[in-house]
Design a protein around this ligand. Structure first.
Ligand SMILES: O=P(O)(O)O[C@@H]1C[C@H](O)[C@@H](CO)O1
Ligand SMILES: Nc1nc2[nH]cnc2c(=O)[nH]1
Length: 228
């Protein structure tokens, strides 16, 4: 059988090189990573004792080309817990391969990160949502994945994970409940919802017909980004 040479540009060794470099440059050993979407880079300012690296200074790291994405990896403490925040992420529409787009997630895993919180600015499809509302992702539809654009396609390196990962519980029920409980305690329930997120490639926003279709398919929001 012929297998074409379509090897991943972000091999285990490349990810390890970046992870080792970061671990050699910081005393932080974060178990939690937060990806800050458009307009949310300021979240990293809540960290204390910050140590920041510009993406262009990190071996192998892609750089941000989208405005509103600063392009820094910020380590620090939040409530005495070590965390790492991505101030800016990478999108398929910038021309990056899915391998590169998801590269930081693999690096985080090799650094010992166990929990990732992803945030983004997305388009609301659910009629009940208002501009500025927050949706906690309970499930997703990976539309490009249906069409063969999937970061896990290609040879699988078991050191990252299994060949056929289960996706029926992709978003931690405990963390979602915690987020909803805290929202309620803060009096935010009127604008914090749970829902289904749909990934598309972008960069155009949806036509009205596409938005209707995605909503009918069960999506509450749509965006180009949460590969990272
Ligand atoms: O990184 P996020 O998902 O926040 O960015 C979204 C997608 C585009 O880059 C941009 C469009 O407004 O927001
Ligand atoms: N696909 C998509 N992505 C977005 N990101 C922010 N708003 C939108 C939107 O309306 N559609």
């Amino acid at each position: 059988m012929h297998i074409s040479d379509n090897s991943c540009c972000c091999s285990f060794d490349e990810c390890k090189r970046t992870s080792d470099w970061l671990l050699s440059q910081t005393r932080y050993r974060p178990k939690i990573a937060v990806v800050c979407g458009s307009g949310l880079g300021l979240l990293a300012e809540y960290l204390t004792s910050k140590q920041a690296f510009r993406y262009e200074d990190i071996p192998n790291f892609p750089v941000c080309t989208v405005s509103g994405h600063e392009g820094r990896l910020v380590f620090g403490k939040l409530n005495d817990k070590s965390c790492v925040f991505m101030q800016g992420r990478f999108h398929l529409y910038e021309g990056y391969s899915l391998c590169k787009v998801t590269f930081p997630v693999r690096v985080f895993k090799l650094m010992g990160v166990e929990t990732i919180i992803v945030t983004n600015a997305s388009g609301g499809l659910c009629q009940d949502f208002k501009v500025g509302d927050i949706m906690i992702i309970k499930d997703h539809i990976n539309l490009p994945g249906f069409a063969g654009q999937h970061p896990l396609c290609g040879p699988n390196d078991e050191r990252f994970g299994v060949r056929f990962p289960t996706m029926s519980d992709a978003y931690s029920e405990d963390l979602r409940k915690l987020a909803l409980d805290i929202s309620s305690e803060l009096g935010y329930s009127s604008f914090v919802h749970e829902g289904v997120y749909c990934m598309v490639c972008g960069p155009n926003f949806e036509t009205v017909a596409e938005a209707r279709l995605l909503h009918k398919l069960g999506s509450d929001t749509v965006d180009y980004t949460d590969w990272t």
